[in-house]
Design a protein around this ligand. Structure first.
Ligand code: ACO
Length: 326
């Protein structure tokens, strides 16, 4: 059977770091509150002239180098993002041009914080069907320039960054073993950016009003996230006929350390099996899992043969999981 195997990874974080202490000077918040409620200590912030594709290109080039491939070896580019450079064309097309991946088809995928898991399932399906052999899958976000820095509920949570993986179709036991995806649009209102699309177009009258701010019902999202992470983990274990003790490393979407710990504890995934980096990067939405995966590899926590579990939850609502034999 052909499996989708990750043959290269890379990530990029913008140089500028904004700590909780910096935020204390910008709004009525405290380092202690942010750390206790979220686990976040700092986040990276894109420069004013850096758009999502700029971050994505750097992560993609690092992943390609790691894979030992040239850009023209890539058949498909999927860019998972909620913060595309433009409404259209797709950011994936801009990346395709910038890295000179002339043989690649390209499209964007928006499943918010679950974007990378949705993208991984999509790339895997294309590879397993034989339609494409090599897919460059990117999660990239510049969210900080959309934040209302007066809104402490949301401004403290998000950071910018990009992560990328190169997947290749190969015979064998290594690669993506399973994926699981779910959604519940009935609760779309729990987290949204109302304006900018066709429902509420930007006008002179509404610029600067709250329709251009992230709208988030934090406590309800928190509860849904714990349940959805739990369900996504359970499905992943069932799909593979394994138990939590078989998992070598759990790499969750990095939203909030309390959400992750609650879900991991319930699933029986002990502390050292959970990879966390949100203290240093915050919630980077679709970029969070590929950044964490690359950092886990660099830290020697992902090595050949290990069983890796990914799970995510985000706006939509969307959630999902994947199991990879590294
Ligand atoms: N600094 C200081 N105080 C704050 C801040 C802040 N940044 N934000 C809110 N507060 C205050 C509130 O006003 C409230 O004050 P009050 O008691 O006087 O009314 C108090 O802190 C408690 O607020 P809660 O909303 O009850 O705090 P909670 O413990 O729920 O934590 C949080 C809020 C961190 C947003 C939490 O609900 C959460 O993480 N929810 C999930 C949100 C999320 O992760 N969204 C990202 C996208 S979805 C995803 O990625 C999974």
């Amino acid at each position: 059977m052909i499996r989708a195997r990750v043959i290269g990874t890379g990530h990029y974080l913008p140089e500028r770091v904004l700590t909780n202490f910096d935020l204390e000077k910008m709004m009525d918040t405290s380092d202690e509150w942010i750390r206790q409620r979220t686990g976040i200590e700092q986040r990276h912030v894109a420069a004013p002239d850096q758009a999502t594709s700029d971050l994505a290109v750097l992560a993609a080039q690092r992943a390609l180098k790691d894979a030992g491939l040239a850009p023209f070896d890539i058949d498909l580019i999927i860019c998972c993002t909620t913060t595309p450079d433009h409404l259209f064309p797709a950011t994936a097309c801009l990346i395709q041009h910038r890295i000179e991946a002339r043989n690649a088809a390209a499209f964007d995928l928006n499943a918010a914080c679950s974007g990378f898991v949705y993208g991984l399932a999509t790339a895997t399906a294309f590879i397993e069907s034989g339609r494409f052999r090599r897919v460059l899958l990117i999660g990239a976000e510049v969210a900080t320039n959309r934040l209302n820095w007066k809104n402490r509920d949301t401004a403290v949570l998000f950071g910018d960054g990009a992560g990328a993986v190169v997947l290749q179709g190969e015979e064998g036991e290594r690669g993506v073993l399973s994926t699981y995806l779910a959604a519940d649009g009935a609760d779309a209102h729990l987290l949204m950016l109302p304006a900018g699309g066709s429902r509420i177009v930007p006008t002179k009258e509404n610029i600067g009003t709250e329709v251009h701010d992230f709208q988030m019902r934090g406590q309800e999202l928190f509860k849904r996230a714990v349940l959805a992470f739990g369900s996504a983990i359970q499905k992943a274990l069932e799909q593979n006929g394994i138990s939590a003790s078989d998992v070598d490393l759990f790499i969750p979407h990095q939203a909030n350390v309390r959400i992750i710990q609650a879900a991991a504890d319930r699933a029986g995934l002990s502390g050292d099996k959970v990879f966390l980096n949100l203290d240093k990067v915050g919630n980077t939405t679709a970029a969070s899992i590929p950044i964490a995966l690359d950092q886990a590899l660099q830290a020697g926590r992902v090595v050949p043969g290990k069983l890796i579990l990914l799970a995510a939850f985000g706006a939509g609502l969307t959630w999902g999981s994947a199991v990879i034999r590294w």
